[in-house]
Design a binder for this molecule. Sequence first.
Ligand code: AMP
Length: 115
Amino acid sequence: MTDETLFTKIINGAIPCDTVYEDEHTFAFRDINPGAPVHVLVVPKKPIARLTDAEPADAELLGRLLLTANKVAQMEGIAESGFRCVVNTNQDAGQTVWHLHVHVLGGRALQWPPG
Ligand code: AMP
């Protein structure tokens, strides 16, 4: 039995992924079931389960997640056309993986509000 999250296994290389970007604190990889031409997940290496578990001490890390999302958007060529960052949190939002992640979606016109 392990308490490693799915995304920790991806970060550690135990589960393969299509890596887009990595630095000391964050990791970005393509979503296995993309909802847009560009769909990248940005995760903290520290396994915070969900946004509601983030604490004031995580403020810098939360900022780093958005900076990495911006970097990914630049790298993927969607920064100027536009992109969306989504943090699904708990049941009603449809969170399925209990390791905080920012979806970075773009490459087409996105509908608002989402369904
Ligand atoms: P959420 O529903 O916000 O928790 O998002 C979890 C996301 O993780 C979904 O969009 C899944 O498609 C994605 N996902 C699940 N397993 C993998 C995997 N092995 N590699 C890449 N993305 C994954």
